[in-house]
Write a protein that binds this ligand. Structure first.
Ligand code: BV8
Length: 231
């Protein structure tokens, strides 16, 4: 059984990371969309760098939770029949042990050099404009996909979505595209679709099944059911 799991901010909420639409979707009084855009970076790079520096530090101070761990367990059971596609820029899936993973919106633990294009691993701050470790230019930005920018690995994702037997959306509000369109795409190609979320989202196309509850509860239960049906 080939499975694609799309995750959003809700899977990391119980690890202590704020969601986008939690707290009114505001950060220090900024609409998130106003700091997560290339235009905002052009206009006020310092505010945008501080936004991501703070999130990078927050991610380093938290740990994966039972939902991340359950998906890592499922990967151990079914190997590369599972692909996790995350909209999250934290590294909690990796730290839980998930390998078949696509960060479609980038990663906080990488920087991107606007001069040489390299994407070096990065754990420190960027606000003080450190030099690129490869070309020495001081033109590093967070390696995240901002609104209006092309997400990563769309071909890998779409190939898995059209071929999967089960598509699950975990902890995502389903408002940001192209990610929000994958459930409908999977369904159109015959997959069974399931939503796991605190409460059902008003997704354009209804899911075949909805499991409401906290990710740390409903994801392990769902994984146990899947693995039970696998045994
Ligand atoms: C693009 C990285 C060209 C940065 C992010 C079609 C229609 C309309 C608009 C568009 C469209 N196509 C494109 C657009 C424009 C735009 C878009 O979708 N705008 C929206 C706002 C309408 N999309 C883009 O710009 C994209 N690029 O289109 O390029 C293109 C592309 C392909 C093909 C051709 C052309 C790029 C978008 C990426 C932007 N970057 N993040 C950063 O992180 O700072 S998006 C960011 O916001 C996240 O990555 C994520 O994607 C989104 C937030 O959503 P969620 O993760 O779902 O979080 P949210 O807080 O909303 O919801 C949390 C959910 O969890 C809730 O449902 C809640 O109930 C639940 N929950 C909470 N706690 C728990 C829980 N569930 C379980 N347990 C809990 N404990």
């Amino acid at each position: 059984m080939r499975i694609v799991v799309l995750t959003g901010a809700g899977i990391s909420e119980e690890s202590g990371l704020a969601t986008f639409r939690g707290a009114g979707g505001l950060w220090e009084g900024h609409r998130v969309e106003d700091v997560a855009t290339p235009e905002a970076f052009e206009l006020d790079p310092e505010t945008v760098q501080r936004f991501y520096d703070a999130r990078r530090r927050a991610v380093a101070s938290v740990a994966p939770n039972a939902a991340h761990q359950a998906l890592a367990r499922l990967e151990q059971a079914i190997g590369d029949d599972l692909l996790v596609v995350t909209q999250n820029i934290d590294d909690l899936h990796e730290r839980a042990g998930t390998h078949h993973l696509v960060h479609m919106h980038g990663e906080l633990r990488r920087a991107r050099c606007l001069h040489c294009g390299e994407r070096p691993w990065w754990d420190g701050d960027l606000v003080d404009r450190p030099p690129c470790p490869l070309c020495g230019q001081r033109m590093l930005r967070p390696d995240v996909v901002w609104f209006g920018e092309m997400p990563y690995d769309l071909d890998v994702i779409e190939e898995a979505v059209v071929a999967c037997d089960v598509f699950a959306a975990v902890g995502t509000s389903g408002v940001v595209y192209p990610a929000a369109g994958y459930a409908a795409m999977a369904k159109a190609f015959g997959a069974r679709t399931i939503e796991l979320n605190l409460w059902a989202t008003d997704a354009p196309l209804p899911f075949d099944e909805i499991r409401e509850g906290r990710a740390t509860v409903v994801v392990p239960e769902w994984v146990d059911d899947i693995m039970g049906s696998h045994a």
